[in-house]
Write a protein that binds this ligand. Structure first.
Ligand SMILES: *Cc1c(COP(=O)(O)O)cnc(C)c1O
Length: 356
């Protein structure tokens, strides 16, 4: 593992006050982690620097062909003052899966984890402590060759930035309304849907705006080929409880394999529930909603952890799930995952990594 050079800021910024509304992704801490890649040196020069603007040539490849990978995770401050990461090994492994798909050189796992821990340690006083708050961590890689030809870049920049983020829910879990999109698609099998990369997000904006205009907060995507099978929500994976069984779309190459998704599956199984990872057609869903077999629905992702779904709309069919409120499995998953993340519940599964 390479030694990390640390250059601390001489002008620390003012931190948000306790109780301040942080929102998401708007405030950045005092420092950032950087590492560079060249064919001669590989990944090199890991360092922590004061948070600053970066300078790139307008011809940098990332601007033209979108060769970039990102990750999203959180650090939490426990009541007894420890700092915890949640399953960072999963994010690091996924980052390298994305890198392989996007022809970006893999990042040595130990340099990645050491950089992550060191940066969070340096900026640990930025971790908010109000209930439901956390320090959002955004690692990303961009292609930096100044070149307009189409090929993988030879040089890259890896950066980690940190952003204190507010409670996703102001007061308790809040059910969301979801629009099932039948026209636009997000990803196709064989494409880049299972990589965490900006291209999938730009592909989703148009339908997201359409759903917003209709009064829905998120889009649930169907598969890009037959437009028949449920895939995911674009920044969340999706779960249903149908006839007592927990059902979620199987990973098929176009769905992002969420860390929260994997954790929900493990927890439900540990509670003795039947969990099926399989194809679910939108017709099956509409039928299950009609017959009353659709008992619960929730999204899973780092930002909200668990998002109970109160309503689904597909074309002209509006489906209310249960009484439109929060189902018991959603609530139990939320309480358990956030309990482990924040150190309130004992981590019997070994999911947390202590930074300090
Ligand atoms: C990040 C992401 C998710 C959720 O993954 P988590 O690891 O649970 O945060 C789901 N879908 C997409 C498209 C994503 O980018």
């Amino acid at each position: 593992m390479q030694e990390i050079k640390v250059h601390l800021t001489a002008a620390p910024k003012e931190k948000p006050q306790k109780g301040a509304k942080l929102g998401f992704g708007k405030i950045f801490t005092d420092h950032m982690y950087l590492m560079e890649y060249s064919p001669e040196k590989g990944w090199h020069d890991p360092r922590i620097e004061p948070y600053h603007a970066i300078s790139l040539e307008p011809s940098a490849m990332v601007f033209h062909y979108g060769q970039e990978m990102f990750e999203g995770m959180k650090a939490y401050r426990t009541e007894d003052g420890r700092v915890l990461l949640f399953r960072p090994d999963k994010n690091i492994a996924r980052a390298n899966n994305s890198n392989r798909r996007l022809c970006i050189p893999e990042i040595p796992e130990d340099d990645f984890l050491a950089g992550l821990k060191k940066l969070v340690e340096v900026d640990q006083d930025w971790i908010p402590t109000d209930p439901g708050t956390s320090l959002y961590i955004r690692p990303f890689v961009i292609a930096t060759d100044p070149f307009l030809g189409v090929r993988p870049s030879d040089t890259y920049l890896f950066i980690i930035i940190l952003s204190p983020s507010g409670a996703y829910y102001e007061s308790g879990l809040d059910p969301v309304k979801i629009w099932i999109e039948d026209d636009y698609v997000r990803a196709v099998r064989g494409g880049i849907g299972e990589a965490k990369t900006g291209g999938n997000y730009v592909a989703s904006l148009k339908a997201q705006m359409k759903a917003h205009d209709e009064g829905y907060s998120q889009v649930l995507w169907l598969d890009g080929v037959e437009r028949k099978y449920i895939e995911e929500v674009g920044a969340m994976n999706i779960f249903f409880k149908i006839n007592g069984k927990v059902v979620t779309p199987m990973l098929n190459g176009s769905i992002l394999p969420g860390v929260t998704r994997a954790s929900c599956i493990d927890l439900c199984k540990s509670w003795g529930m039947d969990v099926e990872e399989r194809r679910i057609s939108v017709d099956e869903l509409v039928e299950a909603a009609k017959s009353g077999a659709l008992e619960e629905c929730w999204g899973s992702g780092t930002a909200a952890v668990i998002s109970p779904v109160g309503h689904l709309r597909f074309e002209d069919t509006v489906m209310q799930i249960g009484n439109g409120g929060i189902g018991p499995v959603s609530q139990k998953l939320y309480d358990t995952v956030t309990g482990i993340q924040t150190g309130k519940l004992e981590d019997t599964l070994g999911w947390t990594v202590q930074v300090k």
